[in-house]
Design a protein around this ligand. Structure first.
Ligand code: BTN
Length: 272
């Protein structure tokens, strides 16, 4: 954004909402960066592992899961309200859970609950609105240094569409938040999601995925849907296990899918 129309991020309010739970927390807003995840991962590898929120008004090389690009390039025309087309941020913090399984689902659950009652989670990392992608989550970790009890430095990257965007190769045009929350802008969306997200991460570190399982199920976009796995297996999605693995009933019995193995999409959809 140009200086004539600066975006008011309310960094102090963000800091006040989070600092009591994350000592040493800072908030940083950049007008442009390649990728907020890449930047925090670079910093972590260089030994900077303090808790930080990094917000970018524009990413030149935003990244998604499985090596895909997050649609920073080819951004749409400036939204009519003069705001940002999407909210893009990464939260970096040290975490030492006993078990990392289900972290992306805990993050997705928190974000979905903060945004709108109709937002669902498409296992394992997307938020959906009526079958269309509203937001994506990219979680990466780096060694936190020191003893293994110190855990790892987690970078939780989130991109939420606020305005209509081009389909960018997707079979279905993405959803956008203003469809359901008219006039919400990027700073307001960040205020909605940040403190609950930090709280969710604190709970996840202490208790793992268990406290999120029922909450996830209530927003599971694939529940009871016919799905197709990327290995060609067809089945019916039956929720998630206590470790966050997707349960798929197939002709060969119940399969437990972990995100590293295969991707999954509703049968009939051209791409996930
Ligand atoms: C996906 O859809 O596969 C995940 C998309 C994650 C995008 C966010 S935007 C902020 C952060 N920085 C990145 O480069 N990616 C994440």
């Amino acid at each position: 954004m140009g200086a004539a129309n600066p975006i008011r991020w309310q960094a102090e309010a963000l800091w006040e909402a989070v600092a009591p739970r994350l000592p040493g927390f800072t908030v940083e807003v950049l007008p442009e960066v390649d990728s907020t995840n890449s930047e925090l991962m670079r910093r972590a590898r260089a030994g900077q592992t303090e808790p930080v929120l990094l917000v970018a008004e524009r990413q030149t090389a935003g990244r998604g899961r499985l090596g895909r690009a997050w649609h920073s390039q080819g951004a749409p025309a400036q939204p009519p309200d003069g705001g940002l087309p999407a909210l893009t941020f990464s939260l970096g913090l040290s975490l030492a859970p006993r078990d990392w399984s289900g972290l992306s689902l805990a993050v997705g659950t928190s974000l979905a609950e903060s945004l709108h009652p109709q937002v669902q989670i498409k296992w394992p990392n997307d938020l959906w609105l009526q079958g269309r992608k509203l937001a994506g989550i990219l979680i990466e970790t780096a060694g936190a240094g020191g003893s293994s009890a110190a855990g790892r430095y987690a970078v939780v990257g989130v991109g939420i569409n606020l305005h209509p965007r081009p389909a960018d190769g997707l079979s279905t045009a993405p959803a956008w938040l203003q469809e359901r929350v008219p006039q919400i802008d990027a700073p307001q969306a960040l205020q909605c999601v940040l403190a609950p997200l930090v709280q969710a991460l604190v709970v996840f570190e202490a208790e793992g995925f268990a406290p999120f399982q029922a909450r996830f199920q209530a927003r599971d976009a694939l529940r009871d849907q016919a799905v197709l796995l990327s290995d060609g297996t067809a089945g019916t999605a039956c929720g998630v296990g206590g470790d966050g693995a997707l349960l798929v009933h197939t002709s060969a019995g119940m399969k437990q899918i972990t995100s590293s193995e295969v991707s999954v999409r509703p049968a009939g959809a051209a791409s996930a």
